[in-house]
Design a protein around this ligand. Structure first.
Ligand code: UTP
Length: 288
């Protein structure tokens, strides 16, 4: 599917402190769910939404991402000689044309908003996507594809939102929704990590955005917000007073792989997609 959103930004320069020490030598996005790293699910999702350009915001020149998405002709040859054709197919599916990849450095982890701002000079199009690989969404039609399809109809910035329980709402950016049509809401504003009593709704933004490039001028003007970080939410809040921003209550199940519980749940959910594998996992769990 070709869409009008051609570029995706993957901010992967965070410290990943919740997964230390696993994230000492690799970034959180290289953690595997079943048999592939989070970043590969993210790239696959972006591809199925029609994206052709992949911008990685990294903390230092991150050769793990380069290595993961590059072709491995020697390994391919070995797999072919050994008749491991399924493995060969998976390996080949995980390569990206080097011409389609760009790296941008975020020197210091000053927040998600700052990470997105670092990509300013490489975004030419009117709208681009931002995808946080640690939010994994499982559904037949990938979440970003659902968003791009909506964007192509209404040419607006789009946030993916999910209904969140009262006790967890203050961990999210929460939208102030205006009129709605089905699962689409006009967004009047967004508040980062509000107290429960101040939350404008129970609809929280997850790690998927289609944003107007005007976001960069709003980000550039921001001071540090919640937690001393430059917050993407604050720039979206500011842009929502000037141009349309919509929220899509997407179809699918999201796993917060930035948390240990969400990461384990994602592994189980993805294992379930392979009944043979899941039967073995269940046997092991039952025998404990
Ligand atoms: P998180 O809020 O999950 O932070 O970032 P984190 O540093 O990755 O993890 P914890 O909280 O310390 O465990 C959400 C996304 O934004 C990126 C992260 O890499 C992740 O994809 N990010 C965050 C940046 O790229 N730069 C930043 O300065 C902050």
């Amino acid at each position: 599917m070709k869409g009008s959103v051609r570029t995706v930004v993957f901010p992967i320069a965070g410290l990943g402190t919740r997964f230390l020490p696993a994230t000492k030598a690799i970034t959180k996005e290289m953690l595997p769910v079943v048999d592939r790293p989070l970043i590969e699910y993210a790239v696959q999702e972006a591809r199925s939404a029609g994206v052709e350009r992949f911008v990685f915001v990294v903390s230092t020149q991150n050769d793990l991402v380069t290595k993961h998405f590059s072709a491995q002709p020697d390994l391919e040859k070995v797999l072919e000689q050994n008749g491991k054709f399924n493995e060969l197919k998976s390996l080949q599916a995980s390569t990206l044309d080097p011409e389609s990849i760009l790296y941008v450095i975020q020197d210091k982890p000053l927040g998600l908003g700052h990470a997105v701002l670092c990509a300013r000079d490489v975004i030419d199009e009117e709208f681009f996507a931002v995808l946080l690989p640690d939010d994994l969404v499982l559904w037949d039609k990938p979440c970003l594809q659902q968003m791009v399809e909506l964007h192509n109809k209404i040419e607006s910035s789009i946030l993916a939102v999910e209904q969140i329980d009262n006790e967890n709402i203050s961990s999210y950016g929460v939208i102030n929704p205006n009129e709605s049509s089905g699962n689409v809401y006009k967004v009047d504003g967004v508040v980062e990590k509000p107290k429960f009593e101040d939350a404008p709704s129970n609809l929280a933004a997850i790690g998927r955005y289609v944003l107007s490039k005007q976001i960069f001028s709003h980000l550039a003007k921001l001071n540090a917000g919640y937690g001393g970080e430059i917050q993407l939410t604050d720039a979206i809040n500011s842009i929502a007073s000037q141009q349309p921003v919509h929220a899509l209550k997407f179809k699918g199940t999201r796993y917060d792989c930035g948390s240990k519980a969400g990461y384990i749940a994602a592994n189980i959910a993805y294992a379930r997609q392979d009944p043979t594998l899941m039967a073995k996992v269940e046997d092991i769990l039952e025998s404990d």
